[in-house]
Write a protein that binds this ligand. Structure first.
Ligand SMILES: Nc1nc2c(c(=O)[nH]1)N[C@H]1C(S)=C(S)[C@@H](COP(=O)(O)O)O[C@H]1N2
Ligand SMILES: [Mo]
Length: 403
């Protein structure tokens, strides 16, 4: 367990130290003494938009503190308590797709699940006649969905915020699936459920995985039944052979091992999954009816993922690298605050062109004294909803040993 983790770390360290000596100067057109493009971040090519961050050579990483000791990049525990935390510190502009083996896991494949040669999805409720859809018959509708981010609404500092990943998905648009059904006029919503029967009970999670969506929520988000992750058939722990994906919504709505679709109306009660995740998806209390749930959208969010330590003639300096994700409209008005310092603008690079996946930002930093610093971010735009940034949810503390 630890050895794989350490191996991953060592590999990362080696590749990042390979950068040492390469000045990060030169990406800005305005720099007088411009270095060759080879020294630029590939993401800057053509755009010239990446800032002059830090000069010198990379000598290490300042650690985040008070985040527990959960391992990264290895699956642990079973069933509903099974987890894998993605190591976000490895992200670079060239490497923004999480490999499938590093994609976060929240709930491992149920031990009672039997995946046969055929995967039927039962259809009932307000339809002309109950029926079964076979996954095989839906596969011709499969489409590439591009890079999409998934975050667990319970993503937390205790787990280094590692319940967050982004990868390439393929799937069958829900709209196409619904078109095949003879839906009665009274139906207003769709209950989507997945297999969730584990022999080991969980102290912390409620079994049963289903969520109720309005037709509009399913079509406007482009929700799909995911069949592939990074071009390969869905891994067992990610819901094989088929799971729901709702772009822009928290992971708790993205039901794995989907085996049931029920057409319902506005009287449909909230499911146990909706009740369990009501506060984590920022609901107003715990509504009894599904129709009173707000869309479980991820607000605009940002956090640091790595604090690099650099050494140059002038001494030691730091470069904070982070991610920007969530929200519904791209922004470039990110600001950072380190400790008691002032809010400062942050360069987002590559620029955020879509809210479907994450992008990176970086910020040069010279702390005045050694010590522990809290790093927080905000978007300087009152029209951008950012409840988790407002509440300090993604605050991370870093320990600086030398300045
Ligand atoms: N059947 C089932 N689906 C589920 C869950 C579950 O426990 N059982 N967990 C949900 C939660 S809380 C999250 S965050 C995502 C995680 O998907 P992943 O493990 O593929 O990253 O799956 C969702 N789908
Ligand atoms: Mo989750």
């Amino acid at each position: 367990m630890t050895s794989t983790l350490e191996l991953g770390r060592r590999r990362f360290l080696r590749s990042s130290l390979g950068l040492s000596g390469a000045l990060l100067l030169g990406c800005d057109e305005s720099t007088k003494n411009r270095l060759s493009a080879a020294h630029c971040d590939p993401a800057c090519d053509g755009g010239g938009a990446c800032p002059n961050d830090v000069a010198g050579s990379r000598v290490g990483t300042a650690p985040f503190i008070n985040e527990g000791d959960a391992p990264l990049e290895v699956p642990y525990n079973a069933g509903l308590d099974g987890r894998l935390l993605t190591d976000l510190s490895r992200l670079t502009p060239e490497n923004l797709v999480t490999p499938s083996s590093s994609f976060y896991i929240r709930t491992r494949q149920p031990d009672r699940l039997v995946v046969g040669a055929r995967w039927p999805i039962s259809v009932s409720g307000l339809v002309e006649a109950p029926s079964e859809l076979l996954l095989d018959e839906l596969l011709p509708l499969e489409q590439s969905q591009g890079a999409l981010l998934l975050e667990c609404s319970g993503n937390s500092r205790d787990g280094h915020f590692g319940l967050l990943s982004s990868a390439e998905w393929h799937g069958i648009p829900l709209r196409g699936v619904l078109d095949r059904l003879q839906i009665r006029a009274q139906a207003t919503r769709v209950l989507i459920s997945g297999f969730d029967d584990h022999s080991q009970p969980s102290a912390r999670s409620t079994p049963g995985a289903s969520w109720v969506f309005s037709f509009d929520e399913l079509t406007s988000t482009g929700a799909f039944l995911a069949t592939r992750l990074n071009g390969q058939p869905l891994p067992a722990d990610h819901g094989a052979p088929v799971r729901l994906f709702v772009p822009g919504w928290y992971g708790c709505t993205c039901i794995k091992w989907v085996n049931e679709i029920v057409l319902v109306d506005d009287q449909a009660p909230a499911t146990s999954q909706m009740t369990e995740f009501a506060s984590r998806t920022h609901q107003n209390g715990t509504p009894a009816l599904a129709r009173d749930f707000q869309p479980a959208q991820m607000d605009q969010a940002a956090m640091p993922v790595r604090v690099e330590k650099w050494s140059a003639d002038g001494g030691v300096s730091y470069r904070i690298v982070g991610i920007l994700w969530g929200g519904t409209k791209p922004t470039d008005r990110l600001q950072i605050r380190c400790g008691e310092g002032d809010w400062q603008p942050v360069a987002v690079c590559p620029a955020q062109s879509s809210n479907r996946t994450w992008t990176l930002w970086s910020h040069p930093w010279r702390p005045a004294t050694p010590g522990d610093y809290a790093i927080v971010l905000r978007v300087d735009d009152p029209s951008v909803r950012q409840r988790r940034l407002d509440s300090g949810y993604y605050l991370r503390e870093v320990r600086i040993d030398e300045v």
